[in-house]
Design a binder for this molecule. Sequence first.
Ligand code: FAD
Length: 407
Amino acid sequence: MNKEVDILVIGGGAAGFFSAIHAKATKPKASVVILEKSNKLLSKVLVSGGGRCNVSHNQPDLTELLKAYPRGKSLLKWVLRKWGVVNTVRWFESHHVSLKTEEDGRMFPSTNDSSTIANALLDAAQNLGIEIITGNGLESLRPHENEFMVQTKEFEFAAKSVIIACGGFPKIEQYHFISNLGIQIEPPVPSLFTFNIPDTQLHDLKGVSTPWGRVKVSGLDGWFEGPILITHWGLSGPAILKASAFLARELHSAAYKYTVLTDWTGMGEEAAREHYISYLLMHSARQISNANPFEFPRKLWEFLLDRAEIKPDKLCRDLSKSEKNKLLEVCVRSEYKANGKTTFKEEFVTAGGVALSEIDANTMQSKKIPNLYFAGEIIDMDGITGGYNFQAAWATGYIAGSSSVKR
Ligand SMILES: Cc1cc2nc3c(=O)[nH]c(=O)nc-3n(C[C@H](O)[C@H](O)[C@H](O)COP(=O)(O)OP(=O)(O)OC[C@H]3O[C@@H](n4cnc5c(N)ncnc54)[C@H](O)[C@@H]3O)c2cc1C
């Protein structure tokens, strides 16, 4: 069956819905269709944030906000200026969804239920008269006489503009429908994962966490800060996820085999040493197991004492210089061999996709193919965990949608 449409949006996820809604809201007379491959709309929105949907991150300062994106900064610095966190909050409020901010800045619907977000998007699309076709994925895309021919299982569309918002894919071949048009794709690799550490003694500490630690991958730049959680397969928590995002390409190249250095104190060696030495002097008559200068969870402190080969009943004043040094070393630079990765609450994003240099940040339009737009995770941009990925999807969706109808 043939269909003619002004704006064809590929993908019924966060970016696709936001693109379609803003296209239709900007030009109500335009015919707008969302094409979704699966039979489910907004499936990631629904499962996101553990079923609560972490919609955005309360960071009004653009410079700070951009620090949460390992890839995509050069595009997002323009995009987030046009559609920032405040715009997201206002849009949802104007669609009867109030958002709340948690202590760490993550924003959720006040209902704590991701279906509140999905329903707001579905209602907005329905009220605007956007047509939604499910179970029909784009199979081919071909520019033809100032239009695009898009083939799906059941339809052939002739569309004046196409917005590609079909998320990230694990394999480069899945981007061929875009690269065939001469558009450069950065190879996809996974981002946001936890580190598998095959160390059964560490696994025995599962559930133990430190409120603020730092991690580094040996041989690579940067320490990554935040809470660290020990799991029954290795290390997890915000500091680890941050490292996995910023080092996504390097860790992929290393086939996920590398050495992780963990600063359980989160203080850095110099500050930790200063505190540790004076603490041991002040508590010289205590057994080291009861000293615990960094107030680690008890199980973690006992584990570190064991790693430093120090008997727990030894008095602080009886520690030799080398024992003191070794204990500090395991507190600020414990080494663990990682082998493999696991997802964190099934959350992951794709690093890679449509190269930033291919997109005009003012419109989200392809620089090579007029009237072809991109939004969301299909682009080589991704954030750390905390609501940044949806914020990028809303912002790029808004710009792609509202620009697409200004033809
Ligand atoms: C479990 C999980 C939890 C997450 N939680 C959060 C969170 O709380 N906060 C946050 O900011 N980020 C979170 N993320 C990341 C966030 O979900 C994504 O960054 C975001 O969904 C990207 O939106 P998108 O619309 O670009 O892509 P997607 O949400 O992936 O949507 C793309 C849609 O396109 C469809 N599609 C694919 N190919 C085709 C085709 N050929 N034709 C038609 N349709 C097609 C797909 O079926 C899909 O429905 C989470 C991710 C996961 C996996």
